[in-house]
Ligand binder design. Structure first.
Ligand code: 13P
Ligand code: SF4
Length: 342
């Protein structure tokens, strides 16, 4: 299967789309100008039809744009949930709307299924900050220390690791290694956050998320004071920002917090599409939106989803020996479970 071929001509507009998608239109018109909704509807319609023909399942990360999240996704969630769904679902064809490491995790957990990503250039600054050779060098420098890798890593880095973790279970996974010292990579800020919550000594790498590192403590403080909002921050933010937050948690942790607390006004210090997507689920909460978009997540668009379903392009392929070793690291994380610790 090849990369996406020639650009796809936009599907035809027809007035009946307005009635057929009345409910979705109402949802999207709360989040974007109605002109934009009209541009999306023909693509949404075409993708839904093609998806049915192909028997495909579309999974979308919480950071995907609202027209994808609300318009075409069958299932949405954080990176771990999406990988687990890929493993457990009935569909042989999965389109993963998210970044490359997420599609790889899905393929590692479901090697017998076809996993497509609409744009294989959708990367991640954390995943690209470290290679398998770097992990081997770290092991040589710290003999005997087990390696815990954040899931925001390539399949090759996972294959060099003893266990993976997400931001939702990082502390638990680190402690489950039963070691006094653990190599924790690649996110330096998440590592510092975890180090503050465990007695295990952590050896950290210098990776950062290019989206979360942009937020400042001043912005977080200003948001709280100016808008009287509760501030929730993702642990990929720097320590000064986290110190300003009322709650620090993974994407799923923040969602659960909102479910529990139902605040009148909240600011999510994370990728800003998440606020758009959650606003629909929590209509009584006002979301103050600090606008940092992930340029990699933004590479996934409706025309590219359509093209990849049409051409069955951008299939994720991972060498079998890498899959087996990366799977062992992911399985070790899954065995620890998903009790939110961050
Ligand atoms: P989750 O693992 O919570 O889905 O987050 C992934 C991510 O890329 C955060 O920036
Ligand atoms: Fe990677 Fe940051 Fe984008 Fe998440 S938000 S995918 S960590 S670059």
């Amino acid at each position: 299967m090849q990369g996406n071929s020639a650009a796809v001509a936009a599907p035809q507009w027809r007035d009946s789309l307005l009635d057929e998608y009345a409910e979705l239109r109402t949802t999207l018109e709360r989040l974007m100008p109605c002109m934009e909704v009209s541009l999306h509807l023909p693509w949404i319609d075409a993708i839904r039809k093609l998806k049915k023909q192909r028997g495909a399942l579309i999974l979308a990360h919480t950071y995907q744009s609202p027209e994808i999240f609300h318009g075409v996704a069958d299932i949405t969630g954080d990176s771990l949930a999406l990988a687990q769904i890929a493993a457990d679902c009935d569909s042989e064809l999965i389109v993963l709307c998210g970044v490359h490491f997420m599609a790889e995790s899905a393929k590692i957990l479901a090697p017998h299924r076809t996993v497509l990503i609409p744009d294989r250039e959708a990367g991640c600054s954390l995943a690209s900050s470290i290679t398998a050779a770097d992990v081997r060098a770290l092991r040589a420098q710290h003999p005997g220390a087990p390696v815990v890798s954040y899931v925001n890593t390539s399949a090759e880095v996972k294959a060099e690791s003893d266990a993976c973790c997400t931001s939702a279970n990082a502390v638990q996974v680190v402690e489950s290694m039963g070691a006094d010292k653990v190599i924790f990579l690649p996110d330096n800020f998440l590592g510092k956050w975890v180090a503050g919550r465990t007695d295990v000594e952590l050896v950290l790498w210098h990776g950062t998320c290019e989206v979360h590192e942009k937020f400042t403590a001043q912005e977080a403080r200003h948001t709280r004071e100016r808008f009287d909002a509760v501030v929730l921050a993702h642990p990929e933010c720097g320590p000064e920002v986290l110190a300003e937050a009322d709650f620090v948690g993974s994407t799923s942790g923040m969602t659960k917090w909102l479910e529990r607390e139902r605040p009148a006004r909240v600011a999510l210090i994370t990728e800003c599409s998440m606020a758009d997507n959650l606003r629909v689920r929590f209509p009584e909460t006002e979301f103050i939106k600090p606008c940092n978009l992930c340029p990699h997540m933004q590479k996934i668009t409706l025309p590219k989803i359509h093209a990849c379903l049409r051409d069955l392009s951008n299939e994720i392929v991972i060498a079998p020996e890498v899959t087996v070793r990366a799977r062992a690291a992911l399985d070790r994380m899954l065995a620890v479970g998903r009790k939110e610790t961050v």
